[in-house]
Design a protein around this ligand. Structure first.
Ligand code: NI
Ligand code: MN
Length: 244
C-alpha cells in the first residue's frame, strides 16, 4: 500500500497525523505517528515472512525489545545507515553504543517523553542474550502514548503475567501480542492476556515465521471475538492497521 499520510484534527487546534501500524512479519512493526517513523524489532534479513528489506526502511527511531537475533535483527545496519536512535534497555544500549549506534537506554517501569510521544518499558518474561552471547539485560515490551492520544502496547516476547491488567488500566487502543507458543504465550494465554489488557483492538504477532510457532490466527481471532469486547485484527505481513 502507498505511504499516504492520514490527517486528523486533534485537540489544541494542531493538526496531528493519526497513528497507524504496519506488520512487517514476525515481531517487526512499522509505526507512523505525527510524522515520525518508528521501527520495532527489525528482524528482516533471514526472516522468511519479512514484508520489507532492511535497506529500504528509513526510521527515526528503532525499538529493540530484547537481545535475541529475531528481534535485534538488522538494527545495527539500519541505525548506522539512517542515524536513527535505538530505544531499548540499558544493557543493549551499551552493546549498540560499542558498535557505533546512537542508543537511548531505559529500564522497566521507566518512561520518557520523546518527540513522537511517551514510551514506557514494560515487563516481559523471556530471555535476552545478545547474538554474540553478551548480556542483553532483561527483555521488555513497549507501551506508547502518542501525541494524537492513541496508546499502543507491544508485549514482544513474553509469557502471560497478571500485571498486564496494570498495563490495561493505563489504556491500550491497540495491542500486539505473541501467539506462537513454545517461546512465548500461545493462543490460550494470549486470549487471557486480552482479557487482562482490554485493548480496543488486538493484532497477533510472532507466529507462522517457522514451523515451531505455526498457529491458526483466524481461529484465535474468533475466540477473541466470542469471549471479549476486543476487536481482533489479523494482518498479513505488509498490511496496515489504523490505531485510532
Ligand atoms: Ni526472543
Ligand atoms: Mn522472538
Amino acid at each position: 500500500m502507498p505511504l499516504v499520510p492520514i490527517m486528523s484534527l486533534a485537540h489544541r487546534g494542531e493538526i496531528i497525523m493519526a497513528t497507524r501500524a504496519r506488520w512487517l512479519g514476525h515481531s517487526c512493526l512499522w509505526i507512523e505517528t505525527d510524522g515520525h517513523k518508528l521501527l520495532v524489532d527489525p528482524f528482516l534479513t533471514g526472516n522468511p515472512k519479512a514484508a520489507a528489506s532492511a535497506g529500504e526502511l528509513d526510521p527515526d527511531y528503532i525499538f529493540v525489545s530484547h537481545g535475541h537475533g529475531d528481534h535485534v535483527g538488522d538494527t545495527v545496519m539500519i541505525a548506522k545507515r539512517t542515524g536513527a536512535t535505538v530505544i531499548c534497555n540499558y544493557e543493549i544500549s551499551q552493546w549498540l553504543g560499542e558498535r557505533g549506534v546512537k542508543a537511548h537506554g531505559m529500564q522497566h517501569g521507566g518512561g520518557f517523553q520523546f518527540p513522537f510521544g511517551r514510551v514506557k518499558l514494560t515487563l516481559a518474561f523471556h530471555g535476552s542474550a545478545l547474538p554474540d552471547g553478551a548480556n542483553g539485560g532483561n527483555p521488555c515490551g513497549f507501551h506508547w502514548f502518542f501525541k494524537d492520544g492513541s496508546r499502543v502496547y507491544d508485549a514482544a516476547d513474553t509469557g502471560l503475567f497478571g500485571d498486564m491488567s496494570l498495563i490495561g488500566e493505563a489504556g491500550v487502543d491497540m495491542a500486539f501480542l505473541p501467539i506462537g507458543d513454545n517461546y512465548t504465550m500461545g493462543p490460550d494465554d494470549a486470549l487471557r492476556a486480552v482479557k487482562l489488557l482490554k485493548p480496543t483492538t488486538v493484532v497477533p504477532i510472532h507466529y507462522d515465521t517457522f514451523g515451531l510457532i505455526e498457529q491458526n490466527a483466524a481461529a484465535w481471532a474468533a475466540s477473541v471475538s466470542s469471549q471479549t469486547a476486543t476487536k481482533p485484527v489479523v494482518l498479513q505481513p505488509g498490511e496496515w492497521a489504523v490505531v485510532k
